[in-house]
Design a protein around this ligand. Structure first.
Ligand SMILES: [Zn+2]
Length: 109
C-alpha cells in the first residue's frame, strides 16, 4: 500500500531551490552554482537529495563561501543562531553567579 511520493519530490525540489549552492533545479536533477555540474537526483517519483549532498561535501566541503553577490543573507541565520546561543549561555552563567550571591546573602542575613 504505497503510493507515489510526488509531494515528497516537490518538497525536495523546494529545498534545492532554496539552497544557495544550486543554480537551476529540474525534475530529477539540479545544477551546482559553484562548478556548473548537473547532479542527477535519481528517478521520479522518488528523487534523492543524497547525490547533491555528496557532491557538495566531496567537491565543495559544503561550507563553500558563496560570493557576496549570490544570496549572502542565506548564510546569516546560522551565525545569528550561534551568537544567540552563546549569549544565552553567557546570561545563564551570570544568572547562576547572581543566584549564588543571593543565596549567600540570604544565609548571611
Ligand atoms: Zn559543484
Amino acid at each position: 500500500m504505497k503510493k507515489p511520493n510526488t509531494t515528497g519530490d516537490e518538497e525536495k525540489r523546494r529545498i534545492l531551490e532554496n539552497d544557495p549552492l544550486t543554480d537551476g533545479v529540474e525534475e530529477a536533477r539540479c545544477r551546482c552554482r559553484v562548478c556548473g555540474t548537473w547532479i542527477e537526483l535519481g528517478s521520479i517519483p522518488q528523487i534523492q537529495l543524497v547525490n547533491w549532498a555528496d557532491h557538495c561535501k566531496k567537491y565543495h566541503s559544503r561550507s563553500v563561501s558563496v560570493p557576496p553577490k549570490l544570496k549572502p543573507q542565506r548564510l546569516e541565520p546560522d551565525w545569528l543562531g550561534l551568537i544567540a546561543v552563546m549569549q544565552a549561555i553567557h546570561m545563564l552563567q551570570h544568572l547562576h553567579s547572581y543566584l549564588v550571591l543571593l543565596h549567600m546573602a540570604l544565609r548571611g542575613a
